[in-house]
Design a protein around this ligand. Structure first.
Ligand SMILES: C[S@@+](CC[C@H](N)C(=O)[O-])C[C@H]1O[C@@H](n2cnc3c(N)ncnc32)[C@H](O)[C@@H]1O
Length: 257
């Protein structure tokens, strides 16, 4: 693409509210180039004209610019660690406040509810789940999944909380759905909830620049109660956790001091 990426970023910000400055440039440009080509256009400026003339394309842009892939209990060994070593230390009589940030299709918040059901009655389980992508949140609320995304789920949970609706497709039960509140939320600009005991933010930080990541870590630190835990994705690590008042307790788990 020959048009200026800087001017494109400014116009995208005005039109969609998305701050492309905070996303790694090369990775984002590759995705944008393929989106622009897919729409049969030649450059950034043509694409801006399309967005201005067709509002539905704004939703397509937001859905396309990041990858929504998710699965239940992704990296199962980390979920085992969460179950055995983290959740028991966070339990309080009034329940625990949990935020699943950048939750995509909902696999992660629903996995959390199932895990928490081992410790608490479901009436005491509430998970707040957010994502920038309105379309993906509709899917999350529907709660229909392929067998592939359930591969990490223990058999007892499948039997108890899923129903096969079509061959190879499973609907999650209403009692699990009721425990999750989904909301549209941009990690780069919207206010963060406060008083959290546990925050999951997995497989999204890889898209952001270091400067944006640092702002997000600092936001999470303020969101968490003292002793609260931040659970990150497999390839995501905070280089200097103490700068954000965190101590590393085990790979991918950070405790707010
Ligand atoms: C790869 S998915 C991760 C899903 C889930 N956390 C997991 O690990 O399986 C990344 C998600 O980040 C979301 N996302 C990208 N930028 C975001 C932002 N600025 N604020 C909130 N969510 C964002 C995308 O819409 C996408 O659903």
């Amino acid at each position: 693409m020959t048009d200026s990426y800087d001017s494109f970023k400014k116009q995208i910000h005005l039109l969609t509210g998305v701050d492309l400055d905070s996303y790694k440039e090369n990775q984002m440009k590759r995705r944008l180039d393929s989106l622009i080509e897919r729409n049969g256009l030649k450059g950034y400026q043509d694409y801006i004209c399309l967005l201005k003339s067709d509002k539905a394309k704004i939703e397509e842009f937001i859905s396309f610019m990041t990858i929504n892939v998710s699965e239940f209990m992704r990296n199962t060994e980390q979920w085992d660690y969460l179950e055995k070593n983290i959740i028991p230390t966070l339990l309080k009589s009034e329940g625990i406040k949990v935020w699943s940030a950048a939750c995509a299709t909902g696999d992660e918040p629903y996995s959390l509810v199932m895990l928490l059901s081992k410790f608490l009655p479901l009436t005491k389980v509430r998970v707040f789940a957010t994502d920038i992508d309105r379309q993906i949140l509709l899917k999350a609320r529907d709660g229909i999944y392929s067998a592939k995304s359930l591969k990490g789920v223990p058999r007892e949970f499948i039997t108890r909380y899923f129903k096969e609706t079509d061959p190879g497709m499973y609907a999650i039960s209403e009692e699990i759905k009721r425990c999750v509140t989904f909301r549209e939320h941009d990690l780069l600009k919207d206010p963060y909830p406060i008083g959290c005991d546990l925050i999951l933010c997995r497989n999204v930080l890889i898209y952001f620049t270091n400067e944006a990541k640092n702002r997000i870590y600092s936001g999470f630190s303020k969101s968490l109660n003292k002793g609260g835990i931040l659970f990150l994705g497999n390839t995501e690590q905070i280089l200097y956790p103490q700068e954000f008042n965190f101590t590393l307790i085990s790979s991918f788990f950070y405790k707010k001091q």
